[in-house]
Design a protein around this ligand. Structure first.
Ligand code: GYE
Length: 306
């Protein structure tokens, strides 16, 4: 291997380490909470952090990673905006002997030696939970159930996996059908715009499945602007459970939320410390998550951190 200084000289003082974190952007409430948690966790641990925001562009993320390699940071962590196209830059990190940790989102590389650990949610499972809820919610439906899907960023792990998990779950009932599916890029504005357009072409829609809260919140605006009642005339199921999403759930405008925790900072620190100590972190660390009904949102809201 690259024989980084941690291996040849023993662990460094935490304050002598440098970690470079290449963030996706600031597209959603989830992302904002994730950024804050990571920055706070490094500050608390006393580990210097270099942080960059790629504004949801892969080329910016690749540039940031190259600059961390040049600065010879001790660990690079990043949340890949899309799944494909990382092998070249990850090989450069490997050649430089700098360990890479994936947080939140996966890469689709066949070469697992390009990263030491992947910390984040099981997005397929999240999609399944949303689909299982839809199955139960519409179990008694006598007419076809029309579903609009608001997809996350095209090519991103959460958009791919949440789509897959949901499709697999609702396949159990042929009465449930996704009649339209488009990307809203995980943003509120995107969710609103896509919903506006799709409501016109699909006036009979019963349910909106949004890959994150923010797009669901945008859909609420579009539904209300069309003179309909979100949560009643058109039901909504989303993923994340950030504050604004939970508030809309408690207010009856969203019907169900599958939780996806953005609080990855503490576990990332543990991984960095293990690497520094010459230990091998677990290859895959899956975040534990729950789901929320409207009643559960009302109960949980006062104690929600984000
Ligand atoms: O669900 C969404 C964000 O990668 C899990 O990205 C994350 C997703 C999250 O924009 O709100």
């Amino acid at each position: 291997d690259g024989g980084g200084s941690a291996e040849s000289e023993g662990p460094k003082e935490l304050s002598d380490l440098t970690v470079g974190f290449a963030q996706v952007g600031a597209e959603s409430g989830w992302r904002t909470a994730n950024t804050k948690d990571i920055q706070d966790s490094f500050e608390e641990a006393g580990i210097p952090l270099k942080f960059s925001d790629a504004q949801q562009k892969q080329e910016n993320q690749i540039k940031a990673i190259r600059s961390y390699i040049q600065q010879q940071v001790d660990v690079i962590a990043f949340s890949p905006v899309v799944e494909t196209g990382w092998d070249a830059v990850l090989n450069e990190a490997k050649d430089a002997g700098i360990p890479v940790v994936l947080t939140d989102r996966a890469v689709d590389s066949k070469d697992e030696s390009l990263y030491v650990s992947f910390l984040g949610s099981d997005f397929v499972e999240e999609g399944k939970k949303a689909g299982d809820w839809a199955l139960a919610e519409f179990a008694e439906a006598t007419e076809p159930v029309e579903i609009i899907q608001l997809e996350g960023t095209t090519g991103s792990a959460p958009a791919i996996d949440r789509g897959e998990g949901f499709a697999a779950a609702i396949a159990a009932d042929p009465n449930l059908e996704v009649v339209a599916s488009q990307t809203g890029d995980f943003t509120r504005a995107g969710g609103k715009q896509v919903t506006e357009a799709l409501l016109k072409s699909n006036p009979g829609v019963d349910l909106i499945y949004a890959h994150n809260d923010d797009m669901g919140l945008g859909a609420i605006e579009a539904i209300e602007a069309a003179g309909l009642v979100p949560g009643k005339d058109i039901k909504i199921v989303t993923v994340d459970a950030v504050k604004d999403g939970m508030q809309a759930l408690a207010d009856g405008k969203i019907n169900f939320i599958v939780e996806c925790s953005p609080l990855l900072g503490k576990q990332l620190i543990e991984i960095v410390e293990q690497i520094n100590n010459g230990e091998t972190p677990e290859k895959r660390i899956i975040t534990e998550e729950t789901t929320f009904t409207q009643e559960q949102a009302i109960e949980a809201l006062p104690d929600r951190q984000y």
